[in-house]
Write a protein that binds this ligand. Structure first.
Ligand code: SAH
Length: 511
């Protein structure tokens, strides 16, 4: 049976500008065929098990010719696959989306179109430029500035001027002098405000504001990077007043989040809310150990009141423990047992089962948990610690100080290091100065170092949740910053301070 193709617009870059429909379909994809303009945050949303094919087109440099892309979609669909064709912005706006449908129609392949947020509107919006304004202009025109190799740009500049609307040129940077020249020759006032907006809605967003008369020379001085759009019209003058994106506290910062996929969203959304561009690159995942008789025995002994304390050191531990416990009984089996957790994240997971911890240490690490819990418990206490295989030993060493203590330290899940993901880490780490990697545990550091094997670790700026994580990152030679407390809020604050510190250094170096 034939599969189906979804033509999806990924928006201009910012992960939040992918539509809900686009996200739903992407998460179900078996094959994803994607372009170079798709935001990195969105590339990371592709399912791990999907076949991912880059047909990375950037102006003049077509990795795969259009007819081969068309044929590829057809072949994959005929194999019965759910195929997503992911394109920057809106798939039909200068996106050759129409061409990609022809072959599918000929072969009766079902398809759907998921429109996208176009860069033509979103990039001006992220720069504080409303493309129309009641008092200023009443139309907006989107024009391609692309010219075929060796050809001159053939646009009806007289007609464009006559409309008195906002003009947005896509793919026009190489032709910027021709576009401004053409408009001036057609009689446009050289003082008309105009802008070049580059890499909009990403951490690298930048703009050059000038006039039709000055824009070309301003841009040669500042060396524009693509992708970029050109906007011409009085609305460009509003930019300085309406600009908002770069005022967010983490604007300009790219943060690589390495924690396991199912746990990354709280941190990612906190960082995104503050304006960071987030790339999720899970370095580890966790897998429950199977046939775990020690755990099963421990759960059965709960009924015989074998334990006084149940100690959790991670959300994954809570989840794995309870999913096994529920196969035998339910939370009432814990009647009379006190529960200790290492920190807020673990507490939160525990609350999903309707339980609150009796004890959380003042500092969220294994050693403090052990020490403070040891101070609190009486001689002869019996403890169950269901946690990661090869868990940190400091916790147990501290607890052993309790007289006559019994400790059942039971491995219940293993931490696995992930394979290299979709992004080229080397290019990513070297693509700018404001890229930070967020580490919420020593194992994420180890996993990341494996993925990044062979790369220069001294280029990695590691923002770490606590001192054990920091020590691990430092061991690999990374530059480190450590959060004051082991919470996601403190980690976010730490990133903000690190970015601030680096910017100040850059400024000082420039003076
Ligand atoms: N379908 C896309 C446009 C494809 S043509 C859309 O709807 O946005 C490619 C051009 O889009 C680029 O040359 C550039 O002019 C523009 N573009 C795409 N993403 C952009 C971004 N993040 N910032 C600035 N311009 C962008």
């Amino acid at each position: 049976m034939n599969g189906k193709v979804w033509l999806i617009g990924a928006g201009p870059g910012d992960h939040g500008l992918l539509t809900l429909r686009g996200k739903d379909v992407l998460e179900q994809a078996e094959v994803v065929v994607y372009d170079a303009l798709v935001g990195q945050g969105i590339l990371c949303m592709m399912p791990d098990n999907a076949e991912r094919i880059s047909v990375g087109k950037r102006s003049g440099d077509h990795t795969l010719p259009q007819d081969e892309i068309n044929a590829l979609l057809l072949t994959k669909a005929m194999q019965g696959k759910r195929v997503v064709r992911l394109k920057g912005g809106d798939p039909f706006l200068f996106g050759r989306g129409g061409e990609e449908l022809e072959l599918l129609i000929e072969h009766d392949i079902p398809y759907e179109i998921v429109p996208g947020v176009t860069s033509a509107f979103a990039v001006p919006a992220y720069n504080g430029i409303p493309v129309t304004h009641r008092d200023i202009c009443s139309s907006v025109h989107i024009i391609t500035g692309h010219r075929k190799k060796g050809r001159v740009l053939s646009l009806d500049f007289k007609a464009l001027c006559a409309m008195h609307g906002t003009l947005v040129f896509l793919m026009g940077i190489a032709a910027l002098p021709d576009i401004c020249g053409g408009l001036l020759d057609a009689g446009m006032d050289p003082k008309t405000p105009a802008a070049v907006l580059e890499r909009g809605t990403t951490a690298a967003q930048k703009r050059v504001i000038g006039t039709v008369g000055s824009l070309t020379s301003l841009c040669t001085k500042q060396k524009v990077q693509t992708p970029a759009i050109i906007v011409v019209g009085d609305v460009c003058a509003l930019s300085e007043r309406f600009a908002w994106y770069e005022k967010l506290p983490l604007f300009g910062v790219k943060a690589v989040v390495t924690r396991p996929k199912e746990r990354s969203s709280a941190l990612s959304s906190m960082l995104r809310q503050k304006g960071a561009e987030v790339i999720e690159l899970p370095a580890i995942d966790t897998k429950p150990l199977v046939g775990n008789t020690r755990l099963d025995d421990a759960i059965t002994s709960l009924l015989k009141k074998k334990y006084d304390w149940l100690v959790f050191t991670s959300p994954a531990g809570v989840k794995t423990f309870f999913s096994r416990l529920m196969q035998t009984g339910d939370c009432r089996m814990l009647n009379g047992v006190q529960i200790a957790v290492i920190g807020q994240g673990t507490q939160k997971e525990l609350m999903n089962y309707g339980l609150k911890a009796d004890f959380i240490p003042s500092v969220y690490d294994g050693q403090t948990l052990g020490r403070e819990l040891a101070e609190k418990t009486q001689a002869g206490a019996r403890m169950l610690i269901p946690r990661a295989a090869a868990g940190n030993q400091e916790l147990v060493e501290e607890l052993r100080r309790v007289e006559n203590v019994t400790i059942d330290d039971i491995p219940i899940y293993e931490t696995r290091y992930k394979e290299m993901g979709i992004l080229d880490l080397k290019t990513l780490l070297e693509s700018g100065d404001m890229i930070f990697t967020m580490f919420t545990s020593a194992s994420t550091v180890k996993g990341f170092a494996r993925i990044a094997a062979g790369l220069d670790m001294t280029r990695v700026k590691a923002v770490c949740i606590g001192k054990q994580t920091q020590a691990e990152a430092a061991r690999f030679g990374m530059n480190t910053w450590t959060a004051e407390r082991a919470t996601l809020e403190a980690l976010t604050e730490c990133l903000q301070n690190a970015a601030y510190e680096l910017r100040n250094k850059e400024r000082e170096a420039m003076v």
